[in-house]
Design a protein around this ligand. Structure first.
Ligand code: ATP
Ligand code: MG
Length: 501
């Protein structure tokens, strides 16, 4: 964070009891001067507000911020049209008449214009009643103090920071806090509860205790938020550098139980005969944080979050063995479609990918504990296919022992598995395995219609290849086919020629 550098240079403007900061030197994007000149000509005060200001103070401004929110005292749509004309290039302008907003796209930056507004809420809806308002009204309706700061784009005080709720102080103190009374902020629009947790997670901030208590108190209000928006926030939390913190906060505020009860049920330890099993919730969050160090892939991160999801259902204490979670990987994989459907996550190949990783997540671990046979590795390569690397990443993240020697031993064993995989792949090309002989071929050779024997022969060839009994090639597969077919009482009806011969 270059927050301190920016703040220190700005502190030079500190004067008297009131801190006024001027950030004009940090407004690099060309659009700011253009908006300023249109605002002056039209006598329409304009401000940049929200996420851009927050991120500018935290990390400084690049030349191409991804989105810029402009609030104008007047019509946002008219302002956007005039700014577009003033830029004079062919730019795309999207107008949302119903919302009174307009979005101008300039290169990679989206600039959104909205008229300042005052909002009031009804009990059953997140949709406020809206009327025109002042800048202060508009800042009052913002979710957090760090998101309510504005910078003037007007001639008399261009660049001046307008921070009515102490957003700068809260950035320094690393705290998320609502501008107004937190209860009504969250009751009005409960999506803000998830946004607060998302910002705390992304920025590594704490949530102010009164703000956090209010989230807990109003948690039931999350019921009026659409599942799509909830899931969008969950995905954004999962995409942060240390998502585990976000799930801790979701749990502490009671939201997790409502949004993802299966994950909440992983909590806790039980003791029988002085034997404890580990807290699978904490373990899962550790796995999620571990995997976040290795990959940005959202679905691989989801797989980490859900890999042990069936442990509560399969947990058993067995005398002599201790705690077991038999078949939790299979039952977990079966639970995925239901969870995805409820969360309105895609029910396509992304879901299948998560299912596959959940189902296979123990395989490399078992391999790394036993003596590794070629056949077992070949089967792993075959079953994981193109997702093998991701599976290995998940398994490595799954090692969360407190004992560094255990971690080291596991990682070393995984390294052996990885080396074996490379060695076998070079030899056998098992990944994306296509059987050298098709069902059609088998029918032709023995002169039989599509039937059970065809499947049996095909499968036996595949098994023989995976077991390393025969090499993965046409000739060997052909010979095996004839052998098995004849043993089943079939006779060769026609020789099989390879296509390219
Ligand atoms: P980012 O875009 O980096 O996720 P952001 O703060 O820019 O963060 P946006 O969703 O782009 O978030 O919203 C822009 C601004 O609009 C916020 O900074 C905040 O001031 C305001 N805002 C957005 N959603 C809400 C809400 N639900 N309640 C109150 N204010 C909101
Ligand atoms: Mg934004």
């Amino acid at each position: 964070m270059i927050f301190n550098a920016v703040i220190l240079s700005i502190r030079l403007y500190f004067c008297g009891s009131k801190c006024t900061m001027n950030l004009s030197d940090h407004l690099h994007h060309k659009v700011f001067r253009i908006i300023a000149s249109v605002a002056a000509e039209e006598h329409t005060p304009s401000y940049v507000i929200g996420g851009f200001v927050r991120d500018l103070l935290i990390e400084g401004a690049g030349n191409t911020p991804k989105d810029i929110d402009i609030v104008v005292i007047g019509s946002g749509i008219e302002m956007a049209e005039k700014v577009k004309r003033s830029i004079g290039e062919e730019l795309s302008l999207t107008v949302f008449k119903n919302f009174g907003t307009a979005m101008l796209k300039w290169g990679d930056t989206e600039i959104e214009f909205v008229g300042a507004r005052k909002e009031s809420y009804r009990r059953n809806s997140r949709k406020p009643l809206v009327e025109n308002g002042t800048l202060e009204d508009d800042q009052n309706r913002r979710d957090f103090t760090i998101n309510a700061m504005a910078i003037s784009l007007n001639p008399d005080n261009f660049g001046e920071l307008l921070d009515p709720f102490g957003g700068v102080r809260h950035l320094e103190e690393k705290v998320i806090i609502t501008p107004l009374e937190p209860g009504s902020t969250f009751s009005d629009d409960p999506l803000r509860m998830l946004r607060g947790i998302r910002f705390a997670t992304r920025l590594g901030f704490d949530i102010d205790p009164a703000t956090q208590n209010a989230i807990h108190q109003y948690r039931e209000r999350i019921g009026i938020v659409s599942q799509e928006r909830i899931t969008d926030e969950l995905n954004k939390i999962i995409a942060t550098k240390q998502p585990g913190k976000g799930f801790q906060l979701l749990d502490q505020t009671g939201l997790l139980e409502m949004i993802l009860p299966e994950l909440h049920q992983l909590k806790g330890v039980e003791e029988v005969n002085e034997q404890l099993h580990k807290d699978n919730f904490l373990h899962t969050l550790e796995v999620l944080d571990n995997i976040a160090l290795k990959t940005d892939d959202l679905w691989l991160r989801w797989a980490a979050l859900l890999h042990d999801i069936a442990k509560p259902r399969t947990r058993k204490y067995e005398t002599g063995t201790g705690w077991t979670f038999h078949a939790h990987e299979f039952i977990g994989a079966k639970m995925i479609p239901g969870i995805f459907r409820r969360l309105k996550l895609p029910l396509n190949e992304k879901m299948k990918y998560v299912q596959k990783l959940v189902q296979l997540h123990l395989r490399p671990i078992i391999l790394s504990q036993d003596i590794v046979t070629d056949a077992a590795i070949r089967r792993l390569i075959f079953d994981a296919g193109e997702d093998l690397e991701d599976l290995m990443t998940l398994c490595e993240a799954d090692i969360t022992s407190k004992n560094p020697r255990t971690v080291k031993r596991h990682l070393r064993n995984f390294q052996i598995v990885r080396e074996k995989i490379i060695e076998l792949e070079e030899r056998d090309s098992i990944r994306n395995f296509q059987p050298p002989i098709s069902g059609d071929d088998i029918q032709k050779v023995f002169g039989i219609p599509p039937s059970r024997p065809v499947g049996i022969i095909k499968n036996a060839i595949k098994e023989a290849i995976l077991d390393g009994e025969i090499p993965n090639n046409f000739e060997a597969a052909c010979q095996k086919m004839v052998e098995i077919g004849e043993a089943m009482g079939l006779t060769v009806h026609q020789e099989l020629k390879r296509e390219d011969e």
